[in-house]
Design a protein around this ligand. Sequence first.
Ligand code: MG
Length: 250
Amino acid sequence: MISVKNSRELELMRSACRIAANALALAGEHVKPGVTTWKIDRIAHQYILSQGARPSFLGHDGFPASACISVNSEVIHGIPSKERTLKQGDIVSVDLGARFGGFHGDNAATFAVGAVSDQARRLMDTTRDSLFDGIKKACAGGRIGDISAAVGQRAESDGFSVVRSFVGHGVGRQLHEAPEVPNFGEPGRGARLVNGMTIAIEPMINAGGYQVKILPDGWTVVTEDGSLSAHFEHTVAVRGDSPEILTTPG
Ligand code: MG
């Protein structure tokens, strides 16, 4: 069932999402050569706790950290590690959520470690652009497929491919709620968008093929062909013709 949030619930969502957005921005400031992914996770974790919130991902389905940190060919669900030191030229996807007042905020971004290749830069730019193309379609009266198609078209017209086996989702009292929000599809299809729906739109875009596999750690999703992958995500509320990005720092 798709949950619709009333104005009081949306206000709580805004608070949770602001904390998640601030944590992500703080994590991004620490993405530098020589820093471990463990350290970045700890910084985000401490910030979320300092705001009286809880890290949404910690313990979710048994995930062992507060942020998923995925480097280069890792798509999503990378486990932060003291053994993983970032180096110049890496691209680093940080995905994290915060639970506050009974609601979750969920967001992600890919950060560059110093100067990166042209391909990496284009992939990151396209993935972010595809997210915003999708957000523009999150209007009451439309359909989930309008969002999916907008994201997918942007990614593919720029020569990249869309991960198909992982998708965006509704978000609210649960981290993952109905409906699914794929990053590919056809306009006019899928659930109807109504005021008060809150959804996480999260394109995962690969420089090579769309196929992915899960590493033996049971979590880390990587591109099958070893190509780079990028990931951007916002939690968005449907509000008439003006989608509201809830995961905004402040
Ligand atoms: Mg998400």
